[in-house]
Design a protein around this ligand. Sequence first.
Ligand code: COA
Length: 181
Amino acid sequence: MVNSYRIAWYNAVHLLLPGLNSMTVAIYPGTFDPITYGHMDIVKRAAGLFDQVIVAVAAYSGKQTLFSVPERVTLIQQALAGLSQVTVLAFDNLLVDFAKVQQASIIIRGLRAVSDLDYEFQLARMNQQLADGLETLFLMPAEQYAYLSSTLIREVARLHGDIDAFVHPAVASAMRTKFKE
Ligand code: COA
C-alpha cells in the first residue's frame, strides 16, 4: 500500500515536472583499436555519473587501424556486457554532429597523464568552437592504467607478448587471431 502510494506520487511529480524526466546522455568517443582496461575504467566511471553513456567508435580518426569498425564495436560490446546504460555505436561524421543526433550534452575524454593535456585541450577547444554548449568532461583512469595505450598493446601482441593484463579476454583472443593471420 505504502509502496503503491509512493509510486503514484513519484509518477505524478515526474509528469508535472518534465525536466526531471530528461536524461543526461554522455558520449565517450575514441578509436578504440582496441578497447583497453583503461578505456573500460573510464566508461565505468562515466556510467556512475550519467543516465546513459554512448561509446562512440570513430570510423575516421586519422589512424590506420588493426580492427575494422564493426570488429571494434563487437569487441567493445563484449568487453562492456552487463553495463546496462552503456551503448556502443559507430560514427563516420563530425563528433559534434553525431553527439547532437544522439542528444548527448557531454563529451567524455580520459586523461592519463599531463602529457595528454595538450592534444585533449586542442580537441576540446575545437569541439567547443563547433558546438558551444556541448561540454567536454575529463576523467582520470585508475593509476594502474595510466601507461596503457592501444598502440603499445598492439605492438606487444604483434610480437606475441602477454596482453592479458591490459585487455578484456575477448579482445586478447581477437588480437591473437589477428596476429596469427
Ligand atoms: N586507457 C588507455 N588508453 C587510453 C586511454 C585510457 N583511459 N585514454 C586514451 N588512451 C589512448 C588510446 O588508446 C589511444 O592510443 P593510441 O594513440 O595508441 O591508439 C590514445 O590514447 C588516444 O586515442 P583515443 O582515446 O582512441 O582517442 P583518439 O585520439 O583516437 O580519438 C577522436 C580521437 C575519435 C575523438 C577524434 O578523432 C574525433 O572526434 N574524430 C571524429 C571526427 C571529428 O569530429 N574530428 C574533429 C575533432 S575536433
